[in-house]
Design a protein around this ligand. Structure first.
Ligand code: FES
Length: 568
């Protein structure tokens, strides 16, 4: 039911059941918010969105207060502004004055609100004792001194990811957000997905910064710096340059990376193609041997950490095949057909914070070296490009390099929820039948649903592929399997809703529209690739045909007999 209310003296239409904030936003009136997030029910805890309603003695939070027919609302009256200023001044009392050095300078929501309210000096002085920065985790850092207790991180960790790694500790003005027993992220339930960073309004949560290490390597003449880019990177950075979400800047990025000193540029999609073949062949073998089902993918490190910490009984069903990033890392370090005799310094860029830990913890090469020396997030890559003065808007596009050999569209799909399952299904079908899947596109595994299932009939037998989109949806599935469900053959799990396109190392904030554009861009880019299936990628065939022996032994490629070069 619709009715008319008055906002700042102007009549506006409202609907029953809406909050005041929804009506304000529809009418183009902006009030500051800190604790509320799209898609979550409001908590009304920060009070930043308070407005004045004639007839009510107290100011009310617009994000949680329902709109009513009789309302006359003032959003920026002197009383409202005074109260908002006091709230921000109290937050700033305990906030470090290091904006000049802060990673979030320019993107900090608190800084922006303080500026909008024209707060230019510290009015109150700190009462809280300073708390140590939590630096013991190789993916994420936590600075409680910058926390404003908006609780967004807690809600994302609980409701979207489902691991409850962080919580409010203490009472009243002494409360802080921390981990159980306040022991630090590494000793908590945290699975390093970084979704908390995406919603943090300040710099209380951020990825462990590895940019200086890469800059030093680029300036070190003894090293041969090599970089691999996941399929989403070229698409994600466009937004950082103020371009339309979904624009693919891979061809400009390649030129910029050469300019700043990278000697080789590789595409992680090739690693994804190998990952696909290994998993598809393993699945075929398990089916033929009538082994326990399903097989779980392991390319999302946060999911692997979750299984290890919370459901260790499923760990034997998670594939042991290295992730695409680590496969490419091994390929880069072992493919010696390069002129340089310098030591290879291998950098991987993806939109993922957990990949940092994966790079640190994965089995080293036979030489004892790491497969990937440094894993960067997309945000960190942007910092490095800025450090070297690269403006991708002004750079003439070159061609998007793929390093060793070609990439396939199948591997490119790994950046999106359902993409790995679709890629594996294409090769699984080929290995089972000798025929290509037709059509190759599997719509049932695409889209935003939390759980996607696709059943395919091959001969008399049906095979079920499942894609879990957002870790909160994995628990019910694991419970079903534990209770005896046995008709599922492959499960892809992506911790971040949407997949890597919404990873914790992407541009700050959550934006549904941008996410849709990134997804479309990935599918469009995959459609344009000449090679549509991993088993037809000539670079992969080269590796399986034994022309890259060093890599075969490093990766323990077990399924060579199943992937005959003749099939390629
Ligand atoms: Fe409304 Fe925090 S945004 S109370």
């Amino acid at each position: 039911m619709q009715f008319t209310i008055e906002i700042n003296g102007v009549k506006s239409v409202a609907k029953r059941g809406e909050t005041i904030l929804t009506v304000l936003q529809r009418n183009g009136i902006k009030v500051p918010t800190l604790c509320c997030m799209a898609g979550f029910s409001p908590t009304g805890s920060c009070r930043m969105c308070i407005v004045e309603v004639d007839g009510l003695s107290t100011l009310v939070p617009a994000c949680s207060h329902p709109v009513e027919e009789w309302m006359q609302i003032k959003t920026h009256s002197p009383r409202v502004i005074k109260a908002r200023r006091t709230l921000v001044e109290l937050l700033l009392a305990n906030h470090p004055d290091d904006c000049l050095y802060c990673d979030r300078a320019g993107t900090c929501e608190l800084q922006k609100i303080a500026s909008e309210l024209n707060i230019r000096e510290r009015k109150y002085h700190p009462r809280k004792p300073s708390v140590l920065i939590d630096r013991n985790c190789s993916s994420i850092e936590r600075d409680p001194g910058k926390c404003i207790l908006c609780e967004r991180c807690i809600r994302v960790c609980d409701d979207v990811i489902g691991v409850n790694a962080i919580e409010i500790i203490g009472r009243g003005s002494n409360s802080i957000i921390g981990t159980s027993y306040n022991k630090g992220l590494n000793f908590s339930a945290c699975i390093k997905c970084g979704q908390c960073i995406m919603v943090c309004p300040t710099n209380a949560l951020k990825e462990k910064d590895s940019t200086q290490q890469v800059i030093e390597a680029l300036n070190n003449p003894q090293l041969h710096p090599v970089i691999q880019l996941s399929s989403t990177v070229g698409i994600s950075i466009a937004e950082e340059y103020g371009l339309k979400p979904g624009k693919d800047l891979a061809n400009r990025l390649s030129v910029a990376l050469r300019k700043i000193g990278f000697m080789e540029i590789h595409d992680t999609s090739l690693g994804a193609d190998i990952n696909t073949l290994e998993i598809a062949a393993k699945l075929v073998e398990k089916i033929r041997n009538k082994e326990k089902m399903p097989l779980f993918t392991g390319c999302c490190p946060s999911w692997v950490y979750y299984a290890r910490k919370f459901r260790p009984e499923f760990m034997e069903s998670v594939t042991s095949v290295k992730s695409p990033q680590q496969i490419m890392g091994a390929l880069i370090k072992t493919y010696m057909n390069r002129d340089s005799k310098k030591k290879v310094f291998s950098v991987a860029v993806s939109p993922c914070t957990a990949k940092k830990e994966e790079a640190d913890q994965d089995h080293p090469l036979l030489t004892g070296e790491k497969n990937v020396d440094v894993a960067l997030t997309t945000r960190e890559l942007m910092k490095i490009l800025r450090h070297f003065g690269m403006d991708l808007n002004a750079i003439e596009p070159g061609f998007s390099e793929t390093g060793y050999g070609m990439r396939g569209s199948s591997g490119r799909l790994y950046g999106i929820s359902g993409g790995a399952a679709e890629s594996i299904l294409r090769s699984f079908h080929f290995l089972m039948t000798g025929q290509e899947l037709n059509p190759l596109k599997v719509s049932e595994l695409r889209g935003p649903k939390g759980r996607k299932e696709y059943r395919i009939k091959i001969g008399k037998q049906s095979y079920t592929f499942v894609a879990i989109n957002g870790l909160q949806h994995v628990k019910p599935l694991l419970d079903e399997i534990a209770a005896g469900r046995n008709d599922i053959h492959l499960v892809e799990v992506m911790t971040c809703p949407g997949g890597c396109i919404n990873g914790g190392g992407q541009r700050y904030g959550t934006d549904e529209k941008a996410l849709k554009s990134r997804a479309k861009a990935i599918y469009d880019a995959a459609d344009e690739e000449m090679i549509k299936v991993a088993h037809k990628n000539p670079a992969v065939a080269d590796i399986y045909a034994g022309r890259m022996d060093a890599l075969q032994s490093e990766l323990n490629l077990e399924y060579i007999p199943n992937i005959k070069p003749a099939a390629v």
